[in-house]
Design a protein around this ligand. Structure first.
Ligand code: NAI
Length: 424
């Protein structure tokens, strides 16, 4: 029976799971030097004293460390999940124990997901930290009474930024948003190296299959797709890239991958991974020509990239051969295996990005929250990127933690780079 512990201050699966959650948080925090440095500074200065922060994030151990950092900075913090399948119940229990108003249970239904988001919003936040823009969207559609108190929000992922830019374009965005995703120290590392490694972690853990010798089809050659393709090659696969953007398709070819449309790739792929932020990239016409036993996984933000309705319509039988694998048996006997219900496989079937990666992304989130607090009065209801100095600060702390020193410009070089008089 599902145990659910709900009080006014939290809604978790089972509060007694907290000790396991603390162990996980303690482990990752050892590998997050940038966020640790920010936390020490925040603990001293308490920049968020009296500030209310509501977050919608994948509630696992690294995000937990971010939320604890904000609390240590003096904030009242509430949180809900950004995906019903990425929640780790033990970590959520630890957060509840630490006094964070957290409302999330792994596997919650869509209705419960939104109910919990509303509960997190009930604190009346000044700052929102979002991942996928669901919370900002709910505020604009259903909780407009909260808008006057909201100074701004920060957004973690590509899909969220796309939605927020659409809101800005349509003139409906009511407060400023910082696109943390668009910082260099986010997308260059998190989307590429983080998704690149953790997507494979999810697929390998779930299937226990060999990657070497397989045809891996990567759909979308953006920051995530590049990372996934790069690591697939390292594991010994033949990599096929499916892209709609001619420049990115060309880049994939020059990077040494095969490039073809989905209708061709569908016939020869063994493992398919979507990372586009787009809908129905793999659909009925593709399933119809796939080989028996193919693996389908998604790394994009929403579970819409591989068409589940089409799979359901084609299947004569649907079963669950292993945890996190759904088998769709077609009328001709072929079996197609969908991992983690088509949700981001690295979070729903593994632990998400490595700690060292989230260290940078969450350091940016913590600094973005401080930036909103300090600058909200002069910011307009637009989507902003973080100032370059914050990006560079994160990179410098990271390099220092890795024991790496870098070259510095001499005064002469600075003058040279700033002048226009010098030429041939
Ligand atoms: P991006 O915008 O850099 O790349 C997406 C690529 O997909 C583009 O090159 C686009 O041309 C291509 N594309 C769009 N529709 C397509 C189609 N029908 N067929 C083939 N290619 C298509 O975006 P990025 O940063 O790589 O993010 C991709 C998705 O992954 C987003 O939903 C983002 O939110 C999510 N994401 C997931 C993470 C995770 O932990 N799993 C981490 C970071 C981002």
């Amino acid at each position: 029976m599902l145990v659910v512990d709900c009080t006014k201050d939290y809604c978790v699966k089972d509060i007694s799971l907290a000790p396991e959650g603390w162990k996980k948080i303690d482990w990752v925090s050892r590998f997050m030097p940038v966020l640790r440095a920010i936390r020490e500074d925040f603990e001293r200065r308490k920049p968020f004293k009296g500030v209310k922060i509501a977050a919608t994030l994948h509630l696992e151990m690294k995000t937990a460390f971010l939320l604890l950092t904000l609390k240590a900075a003096g904030a009242e913090v509430s949180a809900a999940a950004s995906n019903p399948l990425s929640t780790q119940d033990d970590v959520v229990a630890a957060l509840a124990e630490a006094g964070i108003k957290v409302y999330a249970i792994r596997g919650e239904t869509r209705e419960e997901y939104y109910e919990n988001m509303h509960r997190a919003l009930d604190i009346g936040p000044n700052i929102i930290i979002d991942d996928g823009a669901d919370m900002v969207s709910v505020v604009h559609r259903e909780r407009q009474e909260l808008i006057d108190e909201i100074w701004g929000a920060s957004e973690e992922t590509t899909t969220g930024v796309i939605r927020l830019r659409a809101m800005e374009r349509d003139g409906v965005l009511r407060f400023p948003v910082i696109a943390v995703n668009d910082a260099y120290t986010k997308y260059l590392f998190d989307n590429r190296y983080g998704t690149g490694q953790s997507t494979w972690d999810g697929i390998i853990r779930t299937t226990n299959l060999l990657i070497a010798g397989k045809n891996v089809v990567v759909v979308g050659y953006g920051w995530c797709g590049r990372g996934i393709a790069m690591r697939a090659r390292g594991l010994g696969a033949t990599v096929i890239v499916v892209e709609v953007d001619p420049i990115r398709a060309l880049e994939a070819r020059m990077d040494g991958f095969l490039v073809m449309p989905m209708r061709e790739a569908a016939k020869i792929g063994d493992i398919f991974i979507t990372a586009t932020g787009n809908i129905n990239c793999i659909r009925r016409e593709h399933f119809e020509v796939m080989k028996d036993g193919v693996i389908l996984a998604n790394a994009g933000h929403f579970d819409v990239e591989i068409s589940k309705p089409d799979l359901e319509a084609l299947a004569v039988e649907i079963s669950q051969p292993r945890p996190n694998i759904t088998e769709y048996r077609l009328a001709d006997g072929r079996r197609l295996y969908l991992l983690a219900e088509g949700r981001l496989v690295n979070l729903a079937a593994a632990d998400g990005h490595p700690a060292e990666i989230m260290d940078m992304s969450f350091a940016l989130q913590a600094k973005a929250a401080e930036y909103i607090k300090e600058n909200h009065e002069r910011l307009e209801p637009k989507v902003y990127t973080l100032p370059r100095e914050i990006d560079e600060m994160v990179a410098r702390i990271k390099l220092r933690a890795m024991g790496i020193e870098i070259e510095e410009l001499t005064e002469e070089q600075k003058r040279y780079l700033e002048s226009w008089e010098h030429g041939t």
